[in-house]
Design a protein around this ligand. Structure first.
Ligand SMILES: *Cc1c(COP(=O)(O)O)cnc(C)c1O
Length: 571
């Protein structure tokens, strides 16, 4: 063990902090886009042999496993898993103070290994130790579970505990990268490291060297709405963590009327970015006065390409997985082979759907996919706004695969799942609709590769980036989406896919947004997508090529990581 740590700490590292990381489908420590992105970041970092380490929480009871009953009611089960099956417990302990008590934190090591020989250690912080009270042992149990106080405790363990753990292991950290504001407390630990007495004064005055902290820190924000940023009342903060830095300093940095984790990170990071160009702009207007850049997200090409396409790429674009730029040569693949690889992926999905639901989808019917967090702004039921019209357009010509979890506290999100179940029942004999249970990384790959078109209908500008559509493009699946997030950058109408609704320059959508977007959705389905799919195979395959050669070529996490290195890490 000693040797292992010596090996890991030999060179200075970038420390990547994220509340959730999807390292593997069987390790349920992620809830959705943010965690999968963190996993893809690390997978690409390992492929590219970047000197990185990652810190996250154990989430021993996972996010949750989703069951949906016959009426569409979501039932949540704790996703209990045993860390010892996957990772090594390290012989290090650090302590954080919570509600005046010492809480011990241990770390488990999971090594993300690449076929290139690169690897990145991920440390999972865990408070489940006999020395802790039963309540404190649960701090790292539930991802996004509990109330504000519980979340605050988790963020203390992640931020303060994480920096202390890396220090304990004697890592030399050259940058701290906060993936979203959840990790901002690491800044308070760093502030205290850079605390020094003022020279030439009589009393014991201290200064906090903010500049030195800033030079070490990179912050990526993911939230395009004010309410999405973690905020804690100061009385709760003081009660939970004490005055770890003087309250007046904290209020200067994190806001007067509550501790805003995003504001704290904005004030103490040298480099700040949003996760798509538009999101960078939205963030700038939300936080005027800060220099906020944009690095558009990407997905890990090898992870998000299904087997039949992997085989094809290996044959025609050898080296593609570690050099996705090779997708520029997609035209080398014969049309028929591309189509057949897709047909194989579609057949796999059809088989999976049959096993899960007893519904038999048709390989020849245009299949739309919609799988993502079930939450109101994503408008999963927009398709059904005018049921009669939809029925007329789609009967015999469309089928739809849905999946997605609603956060246990998100009642409108849960209602959305039930609504889709109702529509599914109403349209039963006309348009086949399935809702697959327990959306996770494994089912995500099956769905994004097995449908013909990837549908996305968020209410603008609430989709910071979105990444599932990028996964689709790696499998020759076109996007049909509202112009928000990454799609503003990836969309060329009728070439890489199709838009839904108005141009992104049209700022705040009005009260008629649903009606306008649905109108465009129906019109294009009826007059563009369905006829093209049924009658013009040649053009369809051209578009599949464009999805890969233009979208997968760019929206991959190798490109993203190279940009983090040149724009954020070596600044
Ligand atoms: C990729 C992925 C997401 C993110 O999907 P978006 O459409 O970008 O919200 C969420 N959950 C899982 C399991 C994923 O694989």
């Amino acid at each position: 063990m000693q040797k292992l740590i010596e090996e890991l700490t030999r060179e200075p590292k970038i420390a990547y902090f994220s509340m959730e990381i999807g390292v593997h489908n069987d390790i349920p420590t992620y809830s959705g886009g943010l965690g999968v992105l963190a996993g893809d970041t690390i997978r690409s970092g390992a492929d590219l042999k970047l000197p990185m380490v990652a810190v996250t929480l154990m989430s021993r009871k996972g996010y949750f496993t989703q069951e949906i009953d016959s009426e569409g009611k979501q039932i949540e089960h704790a996703a209990v898993w045993d860390p010892a099956d996957h990772m090594k417990l390290l012989p290090y302990r650090v302590t954080v103070q919570i509600e005046g008590k010492d809480v011990q934190v241990q770390a488990w090591l999971y090594n993300v290994k690449s076929l290139t020989g690169g690897s990145i250690p991920v440390f999972f912080l865990d408070t489940n130790l006999p020395a802790n009270t039963p309540e404190n042992r649960e701090i790292t149990a539930h991802l996004y579970g509990g109330d504000k106080a519980y979340r605050l405790k988790q963020e203390i363990v992640l931020g303060l505990g994480g920096v202390r753990m890396l220090h304990e292991m004697e890592f030399d950290i050259k940058k701290y990268h906060m993936n979203e504001g959840h990790a901002s407390f690491l800044l308070l630990e760093l502030l205290n490291r850079f605390k020094k007495p003022i020279e030439d004064v009589w009393d014991e005055k201290l200064v906090w060297d903010k500049r030195s902290v800033k030079n070490l820190c990179v912050f990526t924000t993911h939230t395009p709405v004010e309410a999405g940023h973690d905020k804690f009342p100061y009385d709760l903060v003081l009660k939970t963590m004490g005055e770890i830095v003087p309250l007046s300093l904290l209020q200067d940095l994190a806001g007067k009327d509550g501790l805003n984790m995003t504001l704290l990170a904005l004030n103490l990071s040298r480099y700040i970015n949003g996760v798509a160009k538009k999101h960078g702009e939205v963030s700038k207007s939300m936080f005027p006065g800060y220099e906020i850049y944009a690095i558009t997200n990407g997905v890990h090409s090898f992870t998000w390409t299904c087997d039949s396409f992997k085989k094809l790429y290996d044959e025609y674009l050898p080296g593609w997985a570690n050099e996705p730029e090779l997708f520029v040569r997609i035209g080398r693949i014969p049309d028929e082979k591309l189509w057949n690889a897709h047909a194989e992926a579609k057949q796999h999905l059809i088989t999976y759907v049959r096993e899960q639901t007893d519904v038999e989808l048709s390989p020849d019917v245009l299949t739309l996919g919609f799988a993502r967090r079930a939450t109101a702004y994503k408008r999963a039921d927009l398709l059904f706004r005018d049921l009669e019209r939809f029925e007329k357009i789609g009967t015999g010509k469309l089928q739809i695969v849905y999946a997605g979890k609603a956060h246990p506290h998100d009642m409108p999100g849960k209602q959305l799942i039930q609504n889709i179940f109702n529509y599914k029942e109403k349209l039963k004999d006309k348009i086949k609709i399935v809702y697959l249970q327990n959306y996770n990384m494994e089912t995500a790959l099956k769905i994004v590769s097995g449908v013909d078109v990837w549908l996305n209908t968020p209410l603008r500008p609430l989709e910071a980036s979105g990444t599932s559509g990028m996964k689709a493009t790696h499998n020759g699946v076109m996007n049909f989406s509202v112009l928000d997030g990454w799609w503003i950058e990836g969309h060329i109408e009728g070439f890489t896919g199709w838009s839904i609704g108005p141009a992104p320059q049209e700022l705040t959508p009005g009260a008629d947004a649903d009606a306008r977007d649905a109108e465009d959705l129906y019109y294009k389905l009826e007059h563009l997508l369905i006829p093209l799919y049924r009658n013009e195979r040649h053009t369809w395959v051209r578009m599949m090529q464009n999805a890969i050669g233009k979208n997968a070529y760019y929206f991959n996490s190798h490109r993203m990581m190279r940009r983090y290195v040149t724009e954020a890490y070596i600044r």
